[in-house]
Design a protein around this ligand. Structure first.
Ligand code: GLN
Length: 193
């Protein structure tokens, strides 16, 4: 059975919970290690990656989270700050990562909060293509500088990857939960564990 959680320590967890509700899935807010038990899917939302990281450490969430992922029972979708936290490498100053996704990111690569923007995205993965571009809301977003050979690019902006996936790990540098277009959430659930 599918059991979906959204890490709710800091950042944009509520709109992710609403996105899943709109898809008919009752997702749960995850704050403690015991909330992780029996989850099949976990979103690590946007927010402030250093703060989220600090709270993950404080509540002892790293071990169970990484163990479930590596055991093949948990799929993880990191958006924005969440993408930073699950990647292998981040250029410059960054919190410690889980290293679940073979990609190099740069934090705050589009500028500060005032440089936040909304943009149409090119859909690369056929299963996401419904003939329309995706819309991405970028809020102090990171940039994906490089991806490993096993990484699938799902969507790009100006040819640059902004949504990617490697096995059970998926990442978007923008906030898909702030759009009514829930193709990425649906794809995350469909990919299983
Ligand atoms: N700039 C934030 C960070 O580096 C991410 C912003 C976001 O998640 N919207 O953690």
């Amino acid at each position: 059975m599918m059991r979906v959680g959204v890490l709710a320590l800091q950042g944009a967890s509520a709109p992710h919970l609403e996105a899943f509700a709109a898809l008919g899935v009752a997702a749960v807010a995850v704050r403690r290690a015991e909330d992780l038990a029996a989850l099949t899917h976990l979103v690590i939302p946007g927010g402030e990656s250093t703060t989220i990281r600090h709270l993950i450490d404080l509540f002892g969430l790293e071990k169970p989270l990484v163990a479930s992922f590596r055991a093949g029972t948990l799929a993880i979708f990191g958006t924005c700050a969440g993408a930073i936290l699950i990647s292998n490498d981040v250029a410059g100053q960054a919190p410690r990562r889980f290293g679940l996704l073979d990609a190099t990111l740069a934090r705050n690569a589009y500028g500060t909060q005032v440089d936040s923007f909304d943009a149409p995205l090119e859909v690369v993965a056929d299963r996401l293509d419904d003939g329309n571009p995706l819309r991405g809301t970028f809020i102090r977003a990171p940039r994906i500088l490089a991806v490993g050979p096993r990484v699938e690019v799902l969507a790009t902006r100006d040819g640059e990857p902004v949504a990617i996936r490697e096995g059970r790990a998926m990442a978007a540098t923008f906030h898909p939960e702030l759009s009514a277009d829930l193709r990425l959430h649906r794809a995350f659930l469909a990919q299983g564990t």
